[in-house]
Structures are given as structure tokens and as C-alpha cells.
Write a protein that binds this ligand. Structure first.
Ligand code: G3P
Ligand code: CA
Length: 327
């Protein structure tokens, strides 16, 4: 039977401001297999969870007059950015900030949490996972799926991420072979370096084209690809060179859905996310990043139940409502 992973993208980021402990906590409660932190570095070398090192868009740093002079413009991976950058802040300074919703127009209900939640470190996220694992007893461990953001930029500042990521995983019991971990990056140099340092699974992220899959298979265990790349042919080609296929990003708002699955013209209204996920499950993908893990888990479980029913005659014990829970 297929083992299809539901990866909570930036936590349950459709329901809480992304990359906060509360977002990850909700994702765990909703049954996600993996939680996904994007990681950047502070000036004093601490990994924190933010989607990018510019933090004006997802924190209240602009409301802190003591940091006004830190606003600047710089080039990051070839793109000119203006704002406040994590490498200019110590962890103690970052801890004085609070998270804000990235998409207030599309997720106005999340704005109720603006100003409430601090920015978590990678260690704090792993502590959250460990506490959940203890509560679960011997049941399946929460997986962690960290992404190194701007690794070349940080390495150039003397803040290389590879060793700190691996050390943090090791500290929290996620370092051994077989641990439920995937480390992901868009940067092949970062992944090649990690390959020389760990046997944990690595994921090459791809956005615009699939590229040389056989080459990726030399150092990666899978690809994390934008939906547009996840055609049936693309999935088959990746599987042919033993690469897992994880797809991003599944979101409920009409803004992110194809026209035939929208619920109307309002971009923030929720459309038929279930239908979109099912389309991709039919292509044989191995996992997917979802901002609404409760929906992702429900659709995945129903899909797998359907596959099982195709292979088993219906009996009193394998009817969907009678099967044991707890995937
Ligand atoms: O990591 C998978 C997906 O999250 C990549 O895109 O920009 O959301 O980190 P992004
Ligand atoms: Ca990511």
C-alpha cells in the first residue's frame, strides 16, 4: 500500500501565523506526519524558523524604534532586498519580536494572532516534537523536514548552516539513520555538502524544471517540486531513478486553486482543496506540503482506504468506519 506523507508546510500555516510554535503544535494535533521549518541564522549563529532572512514581512520589527537603523538594502542570492535581516540580530534581540501573518488579505482570521507569538529556534521546534513523541508513547514519531534558506549567503557571512542543522537534529534524537527526517534545499551545493556529513535523507527542491534527475539521485533521496512540475510523466521519471516525489504547496484559498476547483471569485474563500490533492495523489506522489494539515491528512487517509478497498473484499472489519485510527 502507498505510504504518502503529509508535511505541514510552515506548520498549520493556513490557521496560525507561519513558523510559530503554535503553528507547529496545531499541525501535530491535526496528525501531520512531518512539520516543516524553514531555517535562517541569527548574528550569533542560532538557527531560527523564518521563510527568509528578511523579517519585515512576518514580524513586528518595523514597530520597534530601537531597530529602525538596522533597515538596509542588500543583494541575497542575486536579488536586491530591503528590510531587516536576521543576520543583523542576536537571538536575544529576535526574541523581543513577535510574528505577524504573512498573508493578511487571504488569511484575515490569522491576524488575530499577530503580536502574540515569538520567533522559535530550531531547538525549540525539536523540543516541541520531542514532547509530542513522549505523549504518544511508542507510537510513530513526529517527522521534521527542515529547509536551509539562503545557505550560500549565510556561509559567506561565516554562518554556515550545515553543521548547526545536523547538530540540532542529533541533540534531539533525530540524528540517527532511520530517523523521520528529510533535509531540503534549493541549493545543490548545500545538499552535496550535507551528503558528505550525514546519511539522513536529502531532498532537492525544484521550482521551474525537473532538470537532470539522474544527477540529483547521486546525492539526494528525493525531489520536492512545485505542483506545475508534478505531471504523471515527471513523477514516473523521478521514480525511475529512485527519487521520492514530494509536492508543494497545497492551500485551500481560491487564490491558489485551479479555476475549476475555486468556490467563487473571492480570493480568500476556501475552494475544493480536497479535489486538488486527490488529483495529485492519482499521479503517484509520495508526499505533499500542505498549509492545512487536517485536510491533507483526511484526504490522504481516505485515498489510502480507497486503495485498500480496491485490493480487499469488503468485510465488517475493513469498512472505513471500522478500521483502527492512528496513522
Ligand atoms: O520547502 C518546500 C516548499 O516550502 C518550498 O517553498 O518557498 O514555501 O519554502 P517555500
Ligand atoms: Ca520550505
Amino acid at each position: 500500500m502507498p505510504n504518502i506523507l503529509v508535511i505541514a508546510h510552515r506548520g498549520a500555516s493556513g490557521e496560525r501565523p507561519e513558523h510559530t510554535i503554535e503553528s507547529y503544535r496545531l499541525a501535530i494535533e491535526e496528525g501531520a506526519d512531518y512539520i516543516e521549518p524553514d531555517l535562517v541564522m541569527t548574528r550569533d549563529g542560532v538557527l531560527i524558523a523564518r521563510h527568509e532572512n528578511e523579517i519585515g514581512g512576518t514580524t513586528d520589527v518595523a514597530q520597534h524604534p530601537e531597530f529602525a537603523a538596522r533597515r538596509r538594502t542588500q543583494s541575497i542570492d542575486g536579488e536586491t532586498m530591503t528590510g531587516w535581516f536576521t543576520e543583523d540580530f542576536t537571538l536575544a534581540e529576535i526574541k523581543t519580536l513577535r510574528a505577524r501573518e504573512r498573508l493578511p488579505e487571504l488569511r484575515p482570521q490569522n491576524c488575530a494572532f499577530d503580536g502574540k507569538f515569538p520567533i522559535p529556534t530550531f531547538d525549540e521546534i525539536l523540543e516541541l516534537a520531542t514532547a509530542a513523541n513522549i505523549r504518544r508513547g511508542g507510537a510513530r514519531k513526529i517527522g521534521v523536514y527542515p529547509e536551509t534558506k539562503h545557505p550560500a549567503h549565510f556561509a559567506g557571512l561565516g554562518l554556515a548552516q550545515e553543521r548547526p542543522v545536523l547538530d540540532a537534529l542529533q541533540r534531539h534524537g533525530y540524528g540517527a539513520a532511520g530517523s523521520p527526517v528529510f533535509i531540503q534545499s534549493f541549493d545543490p551545493r548545500n545538499l552535496r555538502e550535507l551528503r558528505g556529513m550525514t546519511s539522513l535523507p536529502l531532498i532537492q527542491l525544484l521550482q521551474h524544471e525537473l532538470g537532470d534527475l539522474a544527477e540529483f539521485a547521486k546525492y539526494a533521496d528525493g525531489i520536492g517540486i512545485a505542483k506545475v512540475l508534478a505531471t504523471p510523466e515527471g513523477v514516473r521519471a523521478a521514480h525511475a531513478v529512485n527519487l521520492k516525489v514530494h509536492v508543494w504547496t497545497f492551500r485551500a484559498e481560491n487564490e491558489f486553486l485551479p479555476d475549476d476547483l475555486k468556490s467563487g471569485p473571492a480570493p480568500a474563500a476556501h475552494g475544493n482543496l480536497e479535489g486538488e490533492i486527490r488529483r495529485f495523489l492519482d499521479r503517484g506522489i509520495d508526499g505533499y506540503f500542505c498549509d492545512f494539515p487536517a485536510v491533507g491528512v483526511r484526504v490522504r487517509d481516505a485515498y489510502i482506504s480507497g486503495v485498500q478497498l480496491l485490493h480487499q473484499p469488503l468485510t465488517a472489519t475493513n469498512l472505513p468506519g471500522n478500521r483502527p485510527q492512528g496513522r
